[in-house]
Design a protein around this ligand. Structure first.
Ligand code: AQP
Length: 332
């Protein structure tokens, strides 16, 4: 069976974008692939995290995955720092990947902002850790959003260079599984920005921990324009907020956006938003309730993470041993 690796950062505020763009797809991939789902806490600290919050957020992401339908008994759910292979291989890849490759990564430019000299070395080297995440398990497929495509290319280049440098056919070149533009969820306050955990405004996103009242309030307050909804996709040009809300409706209903556009053609936003609230609450409500239940007594989640880490380690450890042999690291 082909193997998938995918990760999510425990940086708080797990949101509808993470659900529709990542976690829901993971749930669907479980029947076809052997899946390794990782809570990437080592990536999270490339930007400073409050230690207590990091622990809470790690458990919360695990709860979110399980509540959404990830089967942790069949597949692996764990947090990255529990398995040494990630750090071990990342260092080797720091020595394989080239500065020029990392200099081209657009996410570093976005996240480091204007003050690159003050960014952590980890933020710059982040893509090498991501390559290690994938290749420590020789994963064959990686579900990626558009924003992660560049990092996967880098992982492929690094795997290829490692194989060439050492004259081996060791690492497979992992393939992307792309889930299309419809899965990109934008901010409820600004349709040109992606919905994000780190957005200062809580009204910009629907959190997976939001209850029905919070979901309804945020959708009611979501930015719109003054026109009724258009009759066709062309009518959405220059209307990013309308396009985003219709896209969210379509994704939640698991329907084509074009179909949703015709259903609501000519309707007022107030009408449409009522239906969007009902739909969002019906999809997210049960997930939210289950997350709350799981977070009340975290012993179950911790047991899942421990067992996931053991299973992940048992796959990665022999791969790292082979890598050590290839590189010439003596391990008597
Ligand atoms: N708005 C989004 N729409 C669709 N998919 C999204 N993802 C994130 N935001 C959206 C997908 O969620 C997965 C995990 O993302 P991550 O934890 O690596 O975080 P990120 O991509 O950096 O974006 P976030 O969640 O908003 O965090 P911050 O604010 O910390 O940057 C990925 O598969 C991602 O594509």
């Amino acid at each position: 069976m082909q193997r998938i690796f995918s990760g999510v950062q425990p940086t708080g505020n797990l949101h509808l974008g993470n659900y529709l763009g990542a976690i829901r797809n993971w749930v669907r991939l479980q029947s076809e692939y052997e899946c390794i789902f990782c809570i990437v806490d080592m990536h999270a600290i490339t930007l400073w995290q409050d230690p207590k919050e990091l622990v809470k957020n790690t458990r919360e992401v695990a709860a979110g995955m399980i509540a959404a339908g990830v089967d942790a008994s069949k597949h692996i759910v764990f947090n990255q720092s529990m398995v040494p292979a990630h750090a071990q291989l990342a260092w080797i890849f720091n020595c394989v990947a080239r500065m020029g490759w990392l200099n081209r990564m657009t996410q570093f430019k976005d996240k480091a902002g204007k003050h690159k000299e003050n960014a952590s070395v980890g933020l710059f080297a982040y893509p090498n850790l991501m390559s290690a995440d994938i290749l420590a398990y020789k994963a064959t497929h990686v579900p990626v959003g558009e924003d992660q495509k560049q990092h996967l290319e880098l992982a492929r280049d690094t795997a290829q260079k490692f194989n060439n440098d050492y004259g081996v056919e060791f690492f497979p070149l992992p393939e992307p599984l792309i889930f299309g533009a419809a899965a990109r969820v934008m901010s409820l306050r600004d349709g040109s920005k992606k919905m994000s955990k780190s957005d200062e405004s809580d009204y910009s996103r629907i959190n997976m921990t939001d209850d029905a009242d919070a979901i309804a309030l945020k959708i009611r307050k979501a930015k719109t324009d003054l026109e009724p909804l258009p009759a066709s996709a062309e009518g959405l040009d220059g209307r990013p907020e309308a396009s985003n809300l219709l896209g969210i409706y379509a994704a939640l209903a698991d329907r084509e956006k074009a179909e949703v556009i015709s259903q609501f053609a000519g309707r007022q936003f107030s009408d449409f938003k009522k239906e969007l609230v009902d739909l969002a609450v019906s999809v997210l409500g049960p997930i939210n309730a289950e997350m709350k239940r799981l977070m009340e007594d975290t012993s179950h989640i911790d047991a899942v993470l421990r067992s996931g880490a053991e299973r992940a380690d048992s796959i990665a450890r022999p791969i790292i041993k082979d890598v050590y042999d290839i590189v010439g690291f003596h391990h008597p």
